[in-house]
Design a protein around this ligand. Sequence first.
Ligand SMILES: *Cc1c(COP(=O)(O)O)cnc(C)c1O
Length: 470
Amino acid sequence: MIYTDTRDSSVKTDFRTAVVKGMNEKTGGLYIPLSFPKLDSKFLNRNSEPSFREIALEMAKPYVEGEIPEADLQSIIQDAYPFPAKVNPIDKTSYVLELFHGPTCAFKDFGARFMARVMSYFNRNESTPLHILVATSGDTGSAVGSAFHNVPGLDVTILYPDGKISPLQEKQLSTFDGNVRALKIKGTFDDCQKLVKTAFTDNELREKLRLSSANSINISRLLPQSFYYMYSSLIVKNRSWRDNKIENPSIIVIVPSGNFGNLTSGLIAKEMGAPIRGFVAATNENRTIPDWIATGEYNARPSVATYANAMDVGAPSNFERINAMYSLEEVRKMFASYWLDDDGILDSIKNCYEKTGYTIDPHGAVAWKAWADIKNGEMAKLLNGQKNDITKSGLTPNIPEWATEIITNNALGIILETAHPAKFGSIVESATHSAPQIPDRLEKIMKLQDRSIPMENDYNKFKEWLLANL
Ligand SMILES: *Cc1c(COP(=O)(O)O)cnc(C)c1O
């Protein structure tokens, strides 16, 4: 596969370069594949749906062709995904896709584990390790730390702001041993990011250490997230007659979004032939993308803190990819868009629990409420000419092509549940008055010893430490 750049279509490079570099420093653009090959229709139309790993292998093949042989790709996938993605029906027209069965209980495990193994593969003939530096405001650090832990040839240093992440998040990234360590920086997330960025531009340091990053703009994190869109849409298509007496449903995927990496992965799956009719771009108060879809103007802004804090992004980095792949008109045909404030999030957790018995986390709650509103008359109102105010929580005014399918009851929703509710236990409990059960793997982490290393917010001290300890 040839990869190009969102800012310069004359750029042509291979998968390895796109993965190792992360982004194109020369243009500031992001790498995207030149094409998204459709899977064979025989594969897509099998009567019994393929397994998650079969789908992963078929989908990944074209993107690594000529660079990773099929047998090696197969081992990468086997090793990356010992856990499932689970499709759960919660009412007559809604399924929840649980993406939290990985080690850190959030969907980022799907992307980070694939990326780690691909990087390790590309580093296999080197005599020195590749050093990954990652700044985190919470969730990314744990997914990356866990994904790279004990992966050969790789070494990870996580920087996080001291006292500014939740105790559980801190445990999830500070308790690794071996090739993964965490520095707690006396400063903010922005300070952590600045230290990492300065290290990348420090030639003296780069002569001594081979450095790389692992952030969410890396194409090797996006591609694997498309696997579960294909998987869940094939399952829902196959079982919809049995479950709902709908022969040929219009499948809508509702995606709680921050940086819009997850949603971009959904677009890749659709291009590759997943039976998905459309998407709902659902955000918290950080409504940069819903505003863009409604008004046509893209205005990045500072982020606002919310209960769904992994989606607190005011300048979503994958806007750049969506904008390179589609025109605004095409986006408006495919997407409904929706945003929800914090009161709405609490209300949604409560309503979902009362109406369906399902305990949903604050991120999934944004998606659940979007879908509930769409089904319960809000889409019909838009079709009848109501003009929604974009400064208020709810659907933004654009009408996607699939809107009439809602009225004819031919649509089924797949709600992406991106984190386990126990990761946000106190918020969930305040809404449902019942504490979510804590999975064993989280309980274990809470008992581990904190190994984080305190560090001043000072580049020279940071550099000295790297040189002395890596
Ligand atoms: C990162 C994250 C999101 C947002 O995903 P994007 O790909 O950044 O849009 C949503 N929910 C949870 C729990 C996350 O960790």
